[in-house]
Structure formats: C-alpha cells, structure tokens
Design a protein around this ligand. Structure first.
Ligand SMILES: Nc1ncnc2c1ncn2[C@@H]1O[C@H](COP(=O)(O)OP(=O)(O)OP(=O)(O)O)[C@@H](O)[C@H]1O
Length: 301
C-alpha cells in the first residue's frame, strides 16, 4: 500500500503541494488530477524519494522509499527524459540493470513488450529515430521492465492516439489484476471515471476533491435531469422546490436539482405533460462538482 500523509512540499518559499493525504491499496488504480502546475509531478517526485517534504511523509508497504524499495517501483516520468542516443535495447539494459534485473531477463521482457506494442522492429533503433508516441511506449516499457509492484505513471496518456491509449489502459488494468498498486496523473478529468475508482484533484497544490468517485458524487447530491416533452413551461419548472437551474437546449431541457427527492417532484410535473420522450436523471459529472468546489472550470483552474 502507498501512503501519502499530510505532505507539504516547498521549492524555497513557494508551496507547491500542501497537506496532501491519500492512500492507494494493492490492486487499485488511483488518479492524481490537476491542471498545469497543480503539483502532480512534485507529488510523484516526493513519492519516489527524489524530493523531501517539509512536512508529512510517504511510505510504501510501511517503509520510506529507499534503494531497496525503488527496485519494486516502476516510474514513468512525464518529460521524455530518455537517453536519445542509445538504442532501445541498450536503454532498456541500462534502466533494467539500475533496478537489479539481469540482462537475460531484461531482453526477454523487452521482446515481449515490443511485440505487444507492435514495435518489434525498433529494438536496435536509436531512441531519437522513434516517433513521440513510440518513445512514449519505450518509456512505459522502461517502467514495467522490473515487473514493479508499485507503478507511478506521470501523464501516461498525454499525446497518445485512441488506439494506443486503449493499449496502455489494457496493460495497466492487467497490472491491477496482478495486485499492483497504481497511481497515474492526468490533465483530463472526463475519461478517468471509466478507469479508476478513487482520485485526488489538486488545484495550485491544494486538494479540491478527494476520495472514492462514487462517494464524492453521493455526497454532492445534485442531479441533472434531461427532459423532452411537449408543453413545458420554464416558470413552472423553476417554481418546483429544489430546482436551481433550467436551461433550454434546442428541443431538450436541462433541469438542475438539489437532490434526488427534488427530481421526483419534477417527475410529478412532467407526468402532467404530453408526448414525454425523455426523462433521465443523472448524477453530477466530476467537472460540475469541481466547478462547485473550486469556483471555476477545471480547465481554468
Ligand atoms: N524545481 C522547481 N523549482 C521551483 N518551482 C517549481 C519547481 N518544479 C515545479 N515548480 C512549481 O511547482 C508547481 C507545481 O509544479 P508541478 O510540476 O508539480 O505541477 P504539475 O501538476 O505536474 O504540472 P504539469 O501538468 O504542467 O506538468 C508549479 O507552480 C511549478 O512552477
């Protein structure tokens, strides 16, 4: 289990991450979200023991990260800091041996991953000759080469096309099934729900949202109703208890209510209308919850 407890990290006087706490269990995929400069990479560097918190601590399986624990961790850094003059094979031998994996095993694992990622022909090519997407695959392989039990992935999907993103997701899910503890960061808020159950969202180093996505949504309570019917009167909708916003969007109405019970009151009104084609009640999206908590859109935070 990875434990990040009350971590504050400063660069000089600048507080990059403040009082950050979360845990990631074995067999769990955890999302660390935030827009540019939110503190994601700083958090990862702290997890890896590359930066020391001025307050709080990070432990992996009850121990502080050290030379011993690093062997069990796979770290995919955001910047493409690959040694570009090396061939794929030599780079992997270098990274693998740093993690105490013997050369024969490294080469066997490399062959497997190159085949899996459909880049078998690149084994003896120099990194600088590879496209950005293929360099990203090499970076991902370098994080997997020691078959880690903790996988730290900084922006693993940025710049990937949909097919390769699915390939990465498939591998990450496999590692989850094997009991690996996985933490990844992302700029994007929309696709994570299908991918992880728990997250932290940072805004300028501070935690805006944290916990199980289903609990965050349950606690937030607010719901959105999508409605298509004849004879809808905006004033009547607005007058219903708990309705705080009504938007007409071409032929569809979007009605925002404070909680699920209020949605039932809207349903009572809708039953009096003709030609009801749609009545859908949805929980708030993570983006909507973020706006409510942070006072601005996620992309603008
Ligand atoms: N070495 C450093 N010295 C001083 N400030 C730094 C340093 N590294 C990062 N920062 C600052 O700390 C804050 C958090 O940066 P960090 O790189 O952790 O954010 P991030 O969420 O990973 O951003 P991005 O998505 O853009 O990579 C930013 O304001 C950044 O400018």
């Amino acid at each position: 289990m990875l434990e990040v407890k009350d971590v504050t990290l400063k660069y000089g006087d600048f507080v990059a991450v403040e009082n950050l706490s979360f845990e990631v269990n074995k067999g769990e995929i955890f999302g660390l979200l935030g827009t540019n400069g939110a503190g994601k990479t700083t958090t990862f560097r702290t997890i890896m023991g590359l930066l020391y918190p001025s307050k709080g601590y990070v432990k992996y399986d009850g121990e502080f990260v050290s030379y011993d624990t690093v062997d069990r961790i796979g770290y995919m850094i955001e910047e493409r800091s690959l040694l570009t003059k090396l061939t794929v094979k030599d780079l992997m031998l270098y990274f693998g041996q740093l993690k105490n994996v013997d050369a024969k095993t490294i080469l066997e694992r490399l062959d497997y991953w190159l085949k899996r990622f459909d880049i078998e022909n690149y084994k003896n090519k120099k990194i600088k000759e590879l496209s950005k997407g293929n360099q990203q695959k090499i970076q991902f392989i370098s994080a997997l080469i020691n078959e880690p039990s903790l996988l730290v992935l900084d922006e693993p999907f940025s710049g990937l096309d949909v097919i390769n993103m699915e390939l990465f997701v498939e591998v990450i899910k496999e590692y989850k099934e094997k009991g690996c503890t996985i933490i990844f960061s992302s700029h994007q808020i929309d696709h994570v729900e299908s991918f992880c159950e728990r997250l932290v969202i940072l805004q300028k180093g501070k935690t805006v949202l944290s916990g199980l996505i289903k609990d965050i949504k349950k606690e937030f309570k607010k719901h959105t109703i999508k409605l298509i019917a004849d004879g809808i009167e905006k004033d009547k909708l607005k007058a219903i208890k708990g309705v705080y916003d009504v938007i007409e969007n071409s032929n569809q109405w979007i009605v925002k209510v404070e909680n699920e019970a209020n949605a039932m009151d809207v349903f009572e009104y809708v039953k009096t209308l003709n030609n009801i084609q749609k009545f859908e009640v949805e929980e708030a999206s993570l983006s909507e919850i973020f706006i409510a908590k942070a006072g601005k859109k996620y992309e603008e935070a």
